[in-house]
Structure formats: C-alpha cells, structure tokens
Design a protein around this ligand. Structure first.
Ligand SMILES: Cc1cc2nc3c(=O)[nH]c(=O)nc-3n(C[C@H](O)[C@H](O)[C@H](O)COP(=O)(O)O)c2cc1C
Length: 400
C-alpha cells in the first residue's frame, strides 16, 4: 500500500513550551515517513530549541521572522499556500488562545489565518493551565472550526505537577497523521480475525493452553480497520484490548471457537486465523475439581478439531483465507503442505525457533507463502509490520 504521508508538505509549527525539544523527534519521524517538512518557530520557541537544530534535522531553512529581508516572496502566504497540513507541536496556552481569537502577531499565526490546509494542534502545558476555563473555551473554538486537537496525556509534568498536560506521545501523533491520509482500500471487505490462545479444561479450575498473547490479532485488526474494512474478532485468552473492533467474541475452547465461527462464516469476505488453537483436548472434562490425593493420575487426551481446516472446507469462491503456522523445523515444507490441505490463499509461516519470535513477543520471524508457492521472506519484524504486509497481500489478491 502507498505510504500516504509520502511527499506531503507538512508545516511544523513550534511554540515556546518546554516540550519544544520533542518536536525535533517529530520532524525526523515525519521525514522518515516520506513527508517534506518546513519548520516555523515562534520567537519564544527559540528560547527552548535553536532554529539551527531544526535546520540540520530537516535540511530546510527554518522560518522565524515575519519581516525577513532575505525573502523575496511574502513567506507567510507562500508557506500557507504550499502546505498540505500544519501541525502545531507543542502548542502553548498563549498560542492556542491567540489562534482561537484570530490574533496574528507572528509568522506562524499569520500562516494559520492565511492557510486552507488541515491543522492539527498538540497542546502541552501545566495541568492547571490546560484545565483553565479560558484555555478550554479556546480549544473548543478551534475544534468548532475544524482544527484537530491531539489531547495531552496525564503524567508527571516538567513543572513538577502531575496531571493532564504532557505532550501526546510522538508516535501517537505520527499514527494520527498517517491515519488522516490512509486510503480506505479495503472498505468493502468484512474481515473475521481469530486471535489468542484457546483453553481446554480438565476440570473447573485446570486447563491446558499456550502463551499466545493476541498481539498479532490486534495488529491485524488495527491494520484492516485503518484500511476501511469491517473487523470482527473471535478470540481465546489474550493480554490485549480487543474491544476496539466492530464485534468481539471471547471463547475458551477450540470447539467453542468453531461453533461461533461457523454461524457467520459466509458473511465474511476475508478470514484470518491468527489464534493459537490447541491441538489436543481432554477426553473427559470432569464436572468437579479432581482431588489432588489421586495418585498416580492418568489423563487421556484426544485430537482437537482443526478449525482452520474446517473453515477451508467451507470456503466460498470469493473468500480469502489466511492461516498462520508456528514451526520449529522444516518451516517452509510444513507450511506449504498446510496451504493445500487447508485450502488457504496464503500462509504466514512463523519460525519460532528464532530468538525474538513467537508467542507473546512483539515480533515474529516470518515468511508469506501463497497458493502459487511464491515465498516472501519478511524475517524478524514487528507484528504491526507483518500485519501491514498481510493487508498489502490481500489488496494484491483483490486487484488480480
Ligand atoms: C521554562 C518555561 C517553560 C514553559 N513551558 C510552557 C509550556 O509547556 N506550555 C505553555 O503553554 N507555556 C509554557 N511556558 C510559557 C510560554 O513560554 C509563554 O506563554 C510564551 O509567551 C509562549 O509563547 P509562544 O506561544 O508565542 O511561543 C513556559 C515558560 C517557561 C519560562
């Protein structure tokens, strides 16, 4: 998928707050996403970070002065007209109040009044300043005219107070900017994602399971949602919040997962099975807790239903089915077999013998293998990155 921030002209406005230094990181990260960055600083911002810092970071001249003799063009109009997006980060209480009331006594405020670009404001200040009714009224005024506010976080503030006022996390700001330009390429798709670990109970308090965290399922859900798809999740036990999606059903066992899935299977255009479903279950589940003084104890197990194979056997013509395999040996051979056996469009083969890969970790060492036996080695990458690549593959299948 095309990186949507790529080649966007972003004007980064920096005002005179203690968090001004964090804007240096923001400028670099936006550039890494392919954006072109022009920095405009207020006079007071220069008391916290030098213009030279931003000039070296962005490779562009930093604008600070309204009446710049070295400029042949009227810089505030030029910058206002050529920017796709203006981000004020950090935005001081004073700046917000001036902007909300149409004051234009510095270059950045003039650009904002003259520009038709989208504007994002990231306030950062002492908690009492942020909660001050005048500041809040001014923030509401900005929201009313279409300015997007990225609220500050609660936390320990530079002034010693604890409360809401800390600049939002830079990575969150980047995510919000990316989302703004994300094309809804999968808006006609309805996706079912399974996630987490199933549990097979022996008695009311004992079960067999695995350490799957649900991080992969959550990353997939977020990625498909970003691209406009409707996302339903059916998950076993996880360590992550899955309530953010259109519909979330929590299950225990593999049988329960199969039952839930089979009810609505036909309504999904894409099914991604990222759950770690247990291969075995107890032959008999005891109604009461087994007494510990029984010894020796022999417990019989039997094979569980293969949920992925079941879905594959019901797959309709236009449905895309993606499976995951976790292998410690013969990764490619074993995974390829599963594509055919389970009627998959592609499989994400995870080499869990590699350090940093597997259950509960933030990354996986994977290969994407499709039904034509084409292999893409992704290597050790974050689950978020893997989710992006899977969504890219789905887009490709739909385009073919
Ligand atoms: C050390 C120091 C830190 C400051 N930090 C902040 C801040 O985080 N947020 C804020 O709204 N004002 C802060 N101020 C006050 C602003 O610098 C002041 O309101 C200034 O007029 C803002 O100018 P500008 O918005 O034109 O850049 C701070 C002042 C000092 C001396």
């Amino acid at each position: 998928m095309k990186n949507s921030i790529k080649d966007k002209n972003i004007l980064l406005g920096v005002t005179g707050g203690i968090a001004a230094y964090k804007s240096c990181d923001l400028s670099r990260k936006l550039m890494k996403e392919g954006a072109k960055i022009n920095v405009v600083m207020t006079e007071n911002a220069e008391k916290f970070v030098t213009a030279l810092t931003f000039q070296y970071l962005t490779g562009n001249k930093v604008h600070t002065n309204m009446y710049d003799e070295s400029e042949s063009k009227i810089s505030h109009i030029e910058l206002a007209d050529t920017s796709d997006l203006i981000i004020i980060c950090p935005a001081t209480a004073s700046f917000i109040s001036k902007y909300a009331n149409g004051v234009a006594d510095n270059l950045l405020l003039n650009i904002l009044l003259a520009s038709k670009a989208d504007v994002i404001v990231c306030p950062a200040m002492n908690v009492n300043m942020y909660e001050n009714k005048i500041v809040q009224e001014n923030i509401k005024k900005l929201i009313k005219v279409g300015v997007q506010i990225i609220e500050p976080e609660k936390g320990e503030l530079a002034c010693g107070w604890v409360g809401k006022g800390k600049l939002a996390d830079i990575d969150l700001i980047i995510e919000i900017v990316k989302k703004k330009y994300q094309k809804k390429t999968l808006k006609n798709e309805s996706v079912l994602i399974t996630a987490g670990a199933t549990r097979e109970y022996l008695d009311p308090v004992r079960f067999i399971s695995n350490p799957s965290s649900g991080i992969m399922g959550q990353a997939l859900g977020s990625e498909f949602k970003k691209r406009g798809a409707k996302v339903d999740i059916v998950a076993g036990h996880t360590d992550v919040n899955l309530n953010l999606f259109d519909h979330y059903t929590k299950v225990d066992s593999a049988d329960e997962m199969k039952k839930i899935i089979s009810k609505k299977l036909k309504s999904y255009s894409i099914v991604i099975k990222a759950a770690a479903v247990g291969d075995f279950k107890f032959k008999n589940k005891n109604k009461n807790k087994i007494k510990k003084d029984i010894s020796p104890i022999v417990i019989e197990m039997e094979k569980n239903i293969d949920v992925l194979k079941f879905i594959g056997s019901r797959k309709t013509k236009n449905q895309i089915l993606i499976g995951f395999s976790a292998e410690t040996e013969k990764i490619l051979v074993n995974s390829k077999k599963k594509i055919e056996n389970k009627n998959l469009d592609f499989i994400v083969a995870n080499d869990i013998s590699k350090n940093g890969s597997g259950f509960g970790s933030d990354s996986n060492f994977t290969y994407l293998i499709n039904s034509k036996n084409e292999i893409k080695k992704l290597g050790l990458k974050s689950k978020k990155y893997i989710a992006e690549k899977i969504a890219d593959e789905v887009e490709k299948i739909r385009q073919d």
